[in-house]
Design a protein around this ligand. Sequence first.
Ligand code: ADP
Ligand code: MG
Length: 316
Amino acid sequence: MVAFFVISMPARAEWVGDARPLMGTEVSVLLWHEDETVGKEIVDEVFAEASRIDRLMSTYKEDSRISEINRQAATEPVVAGDELFRLLQRSHDISVLTRGAFDITYDSVGQHYDFRNRQRPDDATVAAERELIDFRFVELDQASGTVAFREQGVRINLGGIAKGYVVERGVNVLRKHGVQNGIVTAGGDSRLLGDRRGQPWMVGIRDPRNEAEVAISVPLEDEAISTSGDYERYFVEGDTRYHHIIQPSTGEPAGGVHSATVFGPDAVITDALSTSVFVLGVDQGLRLIATLPDYESIVIDAQGRIFYSDGLQSPE
Ligand code: ADP
Ligand code: MG
């Protein structure tokens, strides 16, 4: 018989982290923990939470609650469940705040895009489907916790807010375990917990037309930051770049800016607002941010010029 002796090593404090493909993007976690083994368990718990949310909210999964709502809600009210219901309410509030620039019903048009296969809706399809983009078609009944659509053909998609929700929930997992320094990222959305042990986190906003270049680095602590760009999911046809952020009023990809970054206390809000500022453009977008004392924004327009919200000082 062979005996194995496990020599217990003194716990080593260090950064632990991992990155995995999830929600059509990459989700990553980095945290500081006194004990590497425990740290890794916490990292795994964040990924488990992200997968759970994805199963609930992905329109790419036939058996998700969102898919069931999209199939049924025009026929009869569908029970959303508390968590999804609350996120739908928050989406609705942001639609009101942004006067419809943020609108989860964009998907009546959005569903016809397949960026990997360079597919897009033809003009007739856009003209017909854009009539169904209007958050007011989505009826949320607080008492019964149900969702109903006022028109056949309405579809919802939380792609502009769910990643912010994932990182916010991920950071809650870290907090629950007493972690004080960490970062959770899903695609263009990050939530920072504390600082990088003595120094701020440096978050880079990439050059929209050069993947390898960082346009601006922002020092941040204990904050959320989201960037929406026209370089995430897109294809080019002739002179036109077809990308994934839809202008609800036209049903076409929003023009005018290359990227919109928003930071502030809550990743759900920064995620939805970065999409909103992208749709609104430099002037209207920054005017909206000026009304929100806790949130700031950096916008890169189609000429590559950089614009800052009032609360920020542009670097000289
Ligand atoms: P990402 O992190 O994927 O770049 P964004 O926060 O920029 O995400 O949001 C883009 C996603 O939001 C799109 O892929 C789509 O799912 C969804 N979306 C597109 N247009 C709108 C819109 N006008 N309002 C709300 N969501 C939208
Ligand atoms: Mg967003």
